[in-house]
Each structure stands twice: as C-alpha cells, then as structure tokens.
Design a protein around this ligand. Sequence first.
Ligand SMILES: NC(=O)c1ccc[n+]([C@@H]2O[C@H](COP(=O)([O-])OP(=O)(O)OC[C@H]3O[C@@H](n4cnc5c(N)ncnc54)[C@H](OP(=O)(O)O)[C@@H]3O)[C@@H](O)[C@H]2O)c1
Length: 281
Amino acid sequence: MSILLRGAPVAQKILSEVASYARQHVLRLDIILVGRHEASEIYVAHKLRQAEKVGIRAVLHHLPERTTTHEVVDLIHHLNQTPEVTGMIVQLPLPGHISEERVLDAILPEKDADALHPQNLGLLAQGRARWAPATPWGIIELLLHYELPPEGKHVVIVGRGRLVGTPLALLLSRPLPYGNATVTLCHTRTHGLLNYTRQADILVVAVGRPHWFPAEGIKPGAIVIDVGIHREEGRLIGDIKPEALTQAYAYTPVPGGVGPLTVACLLDNLCRLHRAQSENQ
Ligand SMILES: NC(=O)c1ccc[n+]([C@@H]2O[C@H](COP(=O)([O-])OP(=O)(O)OC[C@H]3O[C@@H](n4cnc5c(N)ncnc54)[C@H](OP(=O)(O)O)[C@@H]3O)[C@@H](O)[C@H]2O)c1
C-alpha cells in the first residue's frame, strides 16, 4: 500500500500560523485577473475565500479581456505605490496579447507575493530567497512534513514552467536544508523521457496534460508528486495516470495533494513580505 501525501494537514498548519500573524498585523493581498478563464476564476475565488478566512484583506481587480499590457502595468505601478497593499499577484495565464514579462517585471520585488520577479528568482538561484513561488515551496513543505527530505535523492522534474518546474529545480538543488538533491529537469525536447523518470527517487510531474504520465515511467518505490490539476466532467484529475501510482512508495492524490498547499504558501508569502517590509522601514 502506497502512502498518501495529503496536503490538507500541512496546509492547515501553515494557515493557522498565517492567521496568528494576521491577527497582529494588517495584511492586504491584491489579485489582478485579466479576462475570462474558467480555471483562473476558480483559483482566484479560492484564494480570495482562503485569505478572508485567515484574516487577510483580499482585493480583486478583474479587468476585461481587451485590457492592454500598458493598462495592467499602470495598475501595478499604482499598487506598488499604495502603502496598504502588502503584496500582489497577477493570475496566470494572461490573454495572449499581454506581455507576461513586462507585467511581472513591473511588480516591486518586495510586493511580489508569487516571487516571479527576476530579482526574486535571482535570490532563489543564489539560495537567498526569503519567499518562493507558492507551488514549489508547497511541494518542499509537503516532503519535509512527511519526513521525505530530498537531500541526496535523485529528483526528476517533468516540466520547466515558470511557476513550478524551474523554481522547484533551483530550490531543490541549493545547498540548504530543504535542498541538496540531484535534479534532472525534463521538457518537450528531452529525448527518451522515461529513461530519466525511471531513475527518479522523487518524480514530479508538472506538465499540464490530463492523465498523461504512464506507469512505465515510474521506478517502483519512488515518491511521486502530481502537480497537474484539470477539471474533466466535473471532477479534478492530475497529470499522472491513476494506475501508475500504485507502484509508488508514496504519492500526492489529485485533488487533495499539492493543491491545498499552493494557496497556503501564497498567504504565508504575504506574511514573509510584511516581515521584510517592516525590517526595511
Ligand atoms: N497544484 C497546483 O496548485 C498547481 C499550481 C500551479 C500549476 N499547476 C498545474 O501544473 C501544471 C504545470 O503548470 P506550469 O504553469 O508549470 O505549466 P507550463 O508553464 O505550461 O509548463 C509546462 C511544462 O511542461 C512541459 N511539457 C509539456 N508537454 C510535455 C511533454 N509531452 N513531455 C515533456 N514535457 C512536456 C513543457 O515543456 P517546454 O518548456 O519544452 O514547452 C513545459 O516546460 C499545470 O497542469 C497546472 O495546472 C498546479
């Protein structure tokens, strides 16, 4: 029987610490959402709900699809200058005509709750990050909670996305207590993908293809993290084929694995931003 790596207990622990911090400090999270994107609207609603639950004021700026890069950047500049705003996120993906880079670059690094600004990514690469993108950080929290430290393990990550794969590869390879893993980062140009994934002690799949990753790509006894979330016929499913998980030593269920940690770690980031801002005053 494989061990189920449930995110809820870890997320609850983080959220109760966030709530305790929010009782002592006024925190505000601004969320910018552009256009109509069903999955994004569900994620944002969840973030707003969870923020209110732990005593963080959350403000949504839902802009129409036709909004230009310039208009989004203007709003970010305004929020950068608004002292009440502790941190902000721009919900990705943005509509195709908007420059993701120009938008993310406009966020003040000290208000960048998703840690996607190049300065924050640079600190992360140097092992000096004080906050990190929420989903990869949640994966590390999960591994540490279940006493599965990545140190010395071969971690294979499938997907080098900006939100998950790339920052996770950096975090896990740093010479820090949560890192010290040997990391292989795979993507669409990887030849013989399954030859790599079969060597993984810890396999992370963050690709965005429903029930795609096959059983023959998993080494029996591996720890398997499924980051994918897809809504199909009213239910949530991951990137990995369900039958592939039976041979894992431990794995994250979808739903209920990585998902709950993403929001908890985002709100935890807001506390981290607030601490850093207070120190700089
Ligand atoms: N659980 C959560 O809370 C949470 C949070 C964030 C994201 N997600 C989910 O995680 C998944 C990944 O998110 P993301 O933002 O990182 O996605 P992304 O930016 O679109 O990146 C996807 C990555 O997968 C790679 N890929 C796609 N098809 C592949 C294939 N056939 N073989 C090997 N690699 C392949 C792509 O390679 P190339 O770079 O070569 O194109 C790319 O690097 C999505 O399902 C998303 O919904 C979940």
